[in-house]
Design a protein around this ligand. Structure first.
Ligand code: NAD
Length: 482
C-alpha cells in the first residue's frame, strides 16, 4: 500500500497537498516523552503560549482562510469566519479552564488545608472532521493544551493541508514540537491512535459511524477518556408566524449554510398543514436564488462544493432514492458538472414515505414533512436516534417552553437557525450525536480530571479511641478517683 497521501481542491480537482502517512508509534513515543514537561509548566505559562498562538493565527489569517477555502470548497467569506473562530477559541478556553477545572481551596475540618485541583490526562489523540478542518479540532486541541495534555492530531484525510497548517501555527508560537504533533492518515491511522497503549484520551469529532466504532474499540478499556461529537438528523418545527420571509431565511441558513455540511444543519422541516402553502414556496424561492460557485468567485457565493465527488454522488443517489420511494420533488438537487462536487440545494416533501430512513444526509438536501398539529410536530421532531440540534420557528412563548421541554436535543433554539452555535456555550448532543461529553465551553471538563487533597505541613495525628494503652490509662485514672 502506498504511504503517500494526496489532497485535491474540490472546486477544481487540482492537487493542493501531498504528504506521507505518519508513523503512529514513533509520534506516540515522542508525545509520551513530552508529557511530563508540559504538564509541569504552570497554567498561566501554557495560557501565554496559547495567546501567542492566537497572534500567529491573526498574522496568517488570510493565507489560512484561503487554504481552508481551497481544500474544503467553502466560500472564502466563510473560511474567514472559521479562522476568526480558531483565534477566539483561545480566550474562551482560558475562561472555561478557570471556571470549570481550575483550583479551589476547600474548607478543611482538620488544621491545615484542603484543595481541589485538576490534572491533565496525558497524551490526547484528536481526530478531526473535514467540514470545519481547523475550528473543530482546534476546539479540542486548545483546551487540551491549556489543561497540560500533549496532543497528537490526526486531521481528516480529506483536509490534511489545513491540519498541517494549524499545527504549524502552534509551533510558530513556540509550543514545543512534540507537545502538539500532526499525524496524517485515514481511518486506519485513526484506529491505530485510538488503540495505542500510550494514548490516554480520544477526542473525536465526526460521523456517528466513526464514533460508535471508537466506543466499541474502547469498550473494554475504561482508562481512556473518550469525547465523541457526532452527527445529527436535526429538525426545524414551523408553527404559525406572520414573519414568513424571516422564517424562510432562518430555514435556508439552517439547511444550506456550508452546503449543508454542518453537524447542526436542519435536515427536516416539520410544517403545520396551516403554514405549508406559505412557508414552503417562500423557502423554495429563496433556495433558487442561492449562488453556488467556487470559493473565490466574485460575487461571493452562498455555498461552494461539497467535499468531494463521492459525497456528491451519494447525495444525488439519496435524493433519487427518496423520490423513487414516494417523496415529492419540490426543488431538484442538481449537479452542475459531473466531474466536480457542486450541488444546488434540493428540497423534497417526504411526508408520504412511511418509514423515512433516519440517516444523516450530509449536504444541501432538506426534507419537508407535513403535520396536522403541534403534538404531531414534536413527535416527528423526536423521530430520530440522533439529538444534536432542534429549532422552533414561529409560535408563542408557551409553545417554545413546551418545545424546550420535549425536544430531545443538546441545542434547542427559538426563531434562530439550528446551526451557528456559540463557542461560549457547551456544544453537544444526545442519542447518536454524542456521549454526554459536550465540547466548546465544556471541553475543559474532559481535558482534566479532578484531584482532591487535604494537606498539613508536617505529620500531626492522634488516635482518640480504641488503643489498648489508652484503655488502661483511662481505667487507672478512673480507679484513682475511687
Ligand atoms: P468521519 O467519522 O468519517 O471522520 C472523522 C475523523 O475520524 C477522521 O479523521 C477519520 O479519519 C477518523 N476516523 C473515521 N473512522 C474512524 C475509526 N473507526 N477509528 C478512528 N478514527 C476514525 O467524519 P467526517 O466525514 O470527516 O465528518 C463529517 C461528520 O462529522 C458528519 O457526520 C458530521 O455531522 C460530523 N460532525 C460533528 C460535529 C459535532 O461537533 N457534533 C461537528 C462537525 C462534524
Amino acid at each position: 500500500m502506498s504511504d503517500v497521501m494526496i489532497s485535491t481542491e474540490p472546486a477544481t480537482g487540482n492537487e493542493i497537498w501531498r504528504g506521507k502517512i505518519g508513523d503512529v508509534d514513533e509520534i506516540m513515543e515522542r508525545a509520551a516523552k513530552a508529557r511530563t514537561g508540559w504538564a509541569r509548566e504552570s497554567a498561566p505559562r501554557r495560557m501565554e503560549f496559547m495567546r501567542r498562538f492566537a497572534n500567529e493565527v491573526l498574522k496568517h489569517a488570510e493565507p489560512f482562510a484561503e487554504l481552508i477555502a481551497r481544500e474544503t470548497g467553502k466560500p472564502l467569506w466563510e473560511a474567514r469566519t472559521e479562522v476568526e473562530a480558531v483565534k477566539n477559541k483561545v480566550e474562551i478556553s482560558i475562561s472555561a479552564y478557570a471556571e470549570r477545572t481550575g483550583q479551589k481551596k476547600l474548607d478543611s475540618a482538620l488544621q491545615g488545608s484542603a484543595a481541589l485541583r485538576h490534572k491533565p490526562h496525558g497524551v490526547m489523540a484528536v481526530l478531526g472532521p473535514y467540514n470545519f478542518p481547523a475550528h473543530l479540532p482546534n476546539g479540542h486541541i486548545v483546551p487540551a493544551l491549556i489543561a497540560g495534555n500533549v496532543v497528537v492530531f490526526k486531521p481528516s484525510e480529506k483536509t490534511p493541508a489545513v491540519g498541517e497548517f494549524l499545527v504549524k501555527l502552534f509551533h510558530e508560537a513556540q509550543v514545543p514540537e512534540d507537545v502538539v504533533q500532526v499525524v496524517h492518515g485515514g481511518a486506519e491511522a485513526g484506529k491505530a491512535l485510538v488503540g495505542h497503549p500510550l494514548v490516554n484520551g480520544v477526542l473525536f469529532t465526526g460521523s456517528a459511524r466513526g464514533g460508535i466504532a471508537i466506543n466499541r474499540k474502547l469498550a473494554s478499556d475504561p482508562s481512556k477518556i473518550v469525547a465523541l461529537e457526532m452527527g445529527g438528523n436535526n429538525p426545524i418545527v414551523m408553527l404559525e408566524t406572520p414573519k414568513i420571509e424571516d422564517a424562510a431565511v432562518t430555514i435556508i441558513q439552517s439547511a444550506f449554510t456550508t452546503a449543508g455540511q454542518r453537524c447542526t444543519a436542519a435536515r427536516r422541516l416539520v410544517v403545520l398543514d396551516s403554514m405549508y402553502d406559505e412557508i414552503v414556496p417562500a423557502v423554495t424561492n429563496l433556495a433558487k436564488r442561492l449562488l453556488v460557485d467556487e470559493p473565490f468567485a466574485d460575487p461571493q457565493p452562498f455555498m461552494g462544493t461539497v467535499i468531494d465527488n463521492e459525497a456528491a454522488d451519494l447525495l444525488v443517489q439519496s435524493y433519487e432514492a427518496l423520490t423513487s420511494h414516494g417523496a415529492e420533488a419540490i426543488l431538484e438537487m442538481t449537479r452542475k458538472d459531473d466531474s466536480l462536487p457542486f450541488l444546488t440545494p434540493g428540497i423534497i416533501d417526504s411526508t408520504a414515505i412511511d418509514e423515512r430512513p433516519d440517516v444523516e444526509l450530509f449536504g444541501p438536501l432538506l426534507q419537508v414533512i407535513r403535520v396536522k398539529d403541534f403534538d404531531e410536530a414534536i413527535a416527528e421532531a423526536n423521530n430520530t436516534r440522533y439529538g444534536l440540534s432542534a429549532s422552533l420557528v414561529g409560535g408563542e412563548p408557551a409553545d417554545f417552553e413546551r418545545f424546550w421541554h420535549e425536544a430531545r436535543a443538546g441545542i434547542v433554539n427559538w426563531n434562530r437557525p439550528t446551526n451557528g452555535a456559540s463557542s461560549a456555550a457547551p456544544f453537544g448532543g444526545i442519542g447518536l450525536s454524542g456521549n454526554h461529553r459536550p465540547a466548546a465551553y465544556y471541553a475543559a471538563d474532559y481535558c482534566a480530571y479532578p484531584v482532591a487533597s487535604s494537606e498539613l505541613d508536617q505529620p500531626r495525628a492522634s488516635i482518640g479511641v480504641g488503643l489498648a494503652d489508652a484503655v488502661k490509662t483511662t481505667r487507672k485514672s478512673k480507679d484513682a478517683h475511687k
